[in-house]
Write a protein that binds this ligand. Sequence first.
Ligand code: AMP
Ligand code: MG
Length: 304
Amino acid sequence: MEIDWILDRLKQGGVVAIPTETVYGLAADASSPAAVKAIFTTKGRPQTNPLIVHVASVQAARTLVTFTPEAEALAQAFWPGPLTLVAPRRPGAPVAEAVSAGLETLAVRVPAHPLMQQVLQALGRPLAAPSANRSGRPSPTTVDHVAQDFGPTLPILDGGSCDKGLESTVVQVLPDHPVQILRYGSLSPQDIAAVVPVAEGLGPGEASPGRLLRHYAPQTPLVLNITAPEPMDAYLSFGPTDHTGPCFPLSARGDMTEAAQRLFAQLRAADTSGAPRIAVAPVPDRGVGLAINDRLRRAAGAVG
Ligand code: AMP
Ligand code: MG
């Protein structure tokens, strides 16, 4: 799709898919209640799960939420990039109520992808954009993934494969509270801790409603931490393997960044391979591996 056409659709309150450096987003005008409602219905997303608002610059983000000094430091360090800040919503912020699903906070992000930046700058309004998958499915990192979930009628801006392949790290920055990670993502806890002091582990599930829902699930049963897969298994390997059945390497050289980038694509490919079961190799639980394992546990059926 041409970018001008995408802009027209957004101005008319339509829903479109746009690439970001994390995953493809299902975007609409965040200031329009009808456009925001259309995101929820298109995705089949529960109204209780708030959306991330995307803006072109730190300056634009400051008009939507109040920034603590920690929020400023994180924004300076990581924006544009795969960081989402959850902060108190400013009264009068031009964002539909449904975006924050009843919370007094708003999740904001300044994405780095040149196409998303171009759209945001041309539009001059915030875009609400959850991942462009049907609710509960693995996130999309290519145009084909988006089309698999929504068919040919949804307009998609083609940006090839997403660079990071995993969603943003969601960090809560409230006055008089310790900085708290609400969702593991592309930036590791160590990346965050290098900039501001941050509480250990993940914040409570209630603070991040998306964590309480089934997510990332393939249709095929999936098992984790498998070093010796069954011959028929579709195997998501990490490092070397001698599996003779269908193999979907996350990273043959055991590189966590590469595994993050390929995770959702390999999960979708394994799911459509016809294998009776997907088996996943152990992935180290550190750095971006924390986010990979979070997504894999949810894909296997865990919530919370
Ligand atoms: P998605 O865009 O589909 O990757 O999901 C966005 C994630 O951000 C979900 O887990 C939401 O629950 C979370 N989120 C969005 N807004 C807020 C908010 N105001 N407070 C806490 N979490 C939020
Ligand atoms: Mg999502």
